[in-house]
Design a protein around this ligand. Sequence first.
Ligand SMILES: [Zn+2]
Length: 427
Amino acid sequence: MNSKHFVSALMLVAQGVLAGAADAAVTALVGGTVVDLGGGPALEDAVVLVDGDRISAIGARGTVDIPAEAERVDAAGKWLVPGLMNMHVHLGLVLPGKMAAELAGETDAALALRMAAAAREILQAGVTTIRTPGDTRHAELALDRSIRKGESQGPRIHAAGEALVITGGHGSEPGVLYADGPDELTKAARQQISLGAKWVKILISGGIATDGGAIAEALMTPEEINAVVDAAHRFGAKVAAHSGSSAATSVAVDAGIDSVEHGYTLDRKVLRKMHKAGTWLVPTIVVSQPATAPFFERIGSPQWYLDRRNSVGKLHWEALKTAIEEDVNIALGTDQLPHEPNDGTTATVREAEYYVEAGMTPLDALRAATIEPARMLGADDESGSLAVGKYADIVALRADPLADIGALRTINFVMKGGIVYRNDDAR
Ligand SMILES: [Zn+2]
């Protein structure tokens, strides 16, 4: 093929792609109730028109023209909310005990396949966006690319690459690349960003899953935390800090950290500081509460791990209640796979229910699972609510989530980017 023919061939390919985009499916969800995340009255008997991967119109039936070629989905008797967002997910999660033993020596290929399987389940559970604050061997970055190409099914992934671990700190395990001091941590942060991470994850206090370093102690120095935040922000990346400690969190807030994960023992003073600074809290409350006890039994957790978990349960609950009282920005995260079974539902839904039990209104809990994470990610211009121009990431429920957040247990339809991945009522 000479170069002229080659160019023509390329143009044909390009035209084909464009034609494909122009012919992209139009879908109309008809007759559902669109929940208002602003707290206003719901839009009943609505039409949500989806053109390609975006919402192109929303209105009462009769006010939206439905093109003849549109595929109609009957949404009568359903409440429509944005796809759920879970901000603390480790796709390659391995916890101590039987689970770790079974997955010892897992190859890169096996890991990627395990992650891909989890991603499909996550989408089926109605979670259309996740953040992965520290995952394994960068397989989640490859999976993200594969999902965006349409090769794999899964949620939108906002990845942090691998967490930055200080020697002896939380996350210590064989094979981890340690980084100590401002210079090493700066380099490690830049490495994650260069591989495609949009977030950097640091572990500034002890945690549950590593038997080393007290949960309430500040293990990273202020100089180290400042160095990572500065390095990440210069590249437009955000920083998430695993922290169970008020002292460590206070330093991180001063450094301009974007989100604090877990917050197991945070006191009112530091939560007020977070509120003032606009720092996000991702509670992952489900990991320390009774709903997850059967999960930890199932994965054969050793006693030291269960003891560490039980030791923080009450404090963690108090910290969450206080954070809600102090109006701290809260974005939902579970630290379990989003679809992990909990109390007859998923970890994601159980987490939202716990928020209501700890003092949130159902509206605020729904927001914490949708628009608030979108704001934290800086992605609220394209996701997190049902609005014209945003991604058509939509789930349908059989009950009103503003009357009872437990309505999230009735997810029966999942659309992401205009593609229907689940419709329990379809024949
Ligand atoms: Zn975690």
